[in-house]
Design a protein around this ligand. Structure first.
Ligand code: GLN
Length: 500
């Protein structure tokens, strides 16, 4: 592994500035690493020529001291459910097999405007439905930490996670609807930020669940995550759900200047749940202790509606999925049958073959929940419980009795380290999500930001991760605390990269 890849984005850009490194060389190293780790199946398309050309342009700009932005010449990757003009955008589905968008997703546009160099598009579960990056027409993505043993990368943004973890890029975009960025971040030893709903535009992100989808970030450090967030966040007239308020770039102090004195951290008792591995529980206790020893006020809190979270998420997810998937018919792109005798049959065959069984299952369930006779009993009820779940967070973050308030909540990200493919695929996709996403889905329903932070290695030498959640728009405090934890625990990521 090349030493360059252990630089963070700010350091890399400093080196460009002083001309001690050239973007062309860094891009070449990333493309070589992408090729070296091809067998992990993290990139579904690699745009080498385009990347080399972009790097050449960036190099020229740096030579002339006219960089166009904070990410000029920084290699990145993007999940294959974001539209990138002129490049296939498949959602890892036959249904979008040959779809080439004529426009860019806003988050990609902003990275491009800041000078980032796109290396390629990354693998995912079909249409982002899953927690493993295993249900893709391109085949599963493998975890780089123990690829020989066959551990999953996590999902659905597993391709983005492995692209970052292998050094094929400095950071990557994923999407997080119920945990799809935090889950692979947890299994691959990365920072995974799901921003506040609406902070980053969804324009050009192919919808899964419009009311919960958030473009999200995978990176090797908190500082890199901040650099990407600052480039992509902020209002966008093309997304009506985007927060209209001007976004001021976040600045985070140096780790040594961050203090945990008097910060209040809540530990929700309901997250101490069935199936939580001992490794994760010990890690959670240890970090809570470190925080307390450093002056933080660590208190137990209750989020009583947590037990309904998975059910409610499932109903809302499937209902929105059934509506979002209705547009795919095989006429303009994707799988198209040659044999049909009526229009209905044409659509039916295209959808039957174009979608995998996970999607068809969710479409059927969603349509059932939305039938007029079932609507109140399932969909409307789920909306009400979703409100109760959001209110639980409101109560702990914005209690009338201010002394009861907490600033942030600390939980596990996933219940264990990365499962083996054989363990994981024994269960249905729905059962996998119920286990893998237990700690992550509530933040999407409440629209609050959450970040996964790698802490240490498990007994079987796989990453273990904790999650911090905060009130809406608390990214600055969230990432500052994440950086403090990152500095304390000193996760052996770079050591691992060097050994590879
Ligand atoms: N595992 C969840 C699902 O399949 C979350 C997916 C996501 O965040 N995109 O719905």
């Amino acid at each position: 592994m090349n030493k360059l890849v252990s630089l963070n984005i700010n350091q890399l850009v400093q080196c460009y500035k002083t001309k001690s490194i050239d973007p062309k060389d860094v891009t070449k190293i990333c493309l070589d690493l992408a090729n070296k780790y091809k067998h992990l199946n993290c990139l579904v398309s690699v745009c080498s020529e385009q990347a080399e050309e972009k790097a050449r342009q960036s190099s020229e700009r740096w030579q002339k001291e006219r960089a166009i932005g904070e990410l000029d010449g920084v290699p990145i990757a993007i999940k294959d459910n974001f539209c990138v003009k002129g490049l296939p955008t498949t959602c890892a589905s036959r249904m979008l097999e040959n779809f080439v968008p004529s426009y860019n997703a806003t988050p990609f546009d902003r990275l491009d405007d800041a000078g980032a160099v796109l290396i390629g598009k990354t693998n995912l579960d079909e249409f982002s439905m899953g927690s493993g990056a295993v249900d893709s027409i391109f085949g599963p993505t493998k975890n780089v930490w123990r690829s020989d043993e066959g551990h999953i990368a996590g999902g659905s943004s597993g391709g983005s996670a492995v692209a970052v973890a292998t050094g094929s890029c400095f950071a990557a975009l994923g999407s997080d609807t119920g945990g799809s960025v935090r889950n692979p971040a947890s299994y691959c030893g990365l920072i995974g930020l799901k921003p506040t709903y609406g902070l980053v535009s969804r324009h050009g992100l192919i919808p899964l669940v419009n009311s919960m989808d958030v473009p999200a970030i995978l990176s090797r450090s908190v500082d890199d995550c901040v650099a990407i967030l600052n480039a992509i966040a902020g209002p966008d007239s093309k997304d009506a759900t985007c927060i209209r308020k001007h976004y001021s770039p976040i600045e985070i102090p140096k780790a040594d200047d961050i203090s945990m004195k008097n910060i209040r951290i809540g530990i929700p008792r309901e997250y101490h749940c069935n199936g939580l591995s001992k490794d994760v529980l010990d890690t959670w206790i240890k970090v809570a202790d470190i925080l307390e020893d450093s002056g933080a006020n660590v208190v137990e809190v209750s989020l009583p509606n947590t037990e309904s979270s998975i059910f409610v998420y499932t109903i809302l997810n499937q209902s929105e999925v059934s509506s979002n998937m209705a547009r795919y018919d095989g006429i303009e792109y994707g799988y198209r049958t040659k044999e049909w005798s009526s229009t209905e049959q044409f659509f039916a065959i295209n959808r039957q073959i174009g979608f995998n069984s996970v999607i068809k299952n969710r479409i059927l369930c969603g349509n059932y929940f939305l039938l007029s006779k079932n609507y109140d009993r399932y969909y409307l009820k789920a909306l009400k419980v979703r409100r109760a779940i959001s209110n639980d967070f409101e109560r702990v973050f914005h209690n009338k009795d201010k002394k009861q308030n907490v600033d942030l909540i600390l939980t596990p990200t996933t219940l264990s380290d990365a499962p083996l493919f054989t363990e994981f695929t024994q269960n249905s996709n729905r059962d996998q999500c119920a286990v893998q996403d237990f700690c992550t889905q509530a933040a999407n329903m409440a629209g609050i930001p959450a970040v996964a932070i790698p802490i240490r290695l498990s007994d079987r030498k796989l990453p273990l991760s904790l999650q911090l959640m905060g009130p809406k728009n608390s990214e600055k405090q969230l990432l500052t605390t994440a950086k403090w934890i990152e500095n304390q625990v000193n996760f052996p990521f770079f050591q691992f990269l060097q050994e590879k």
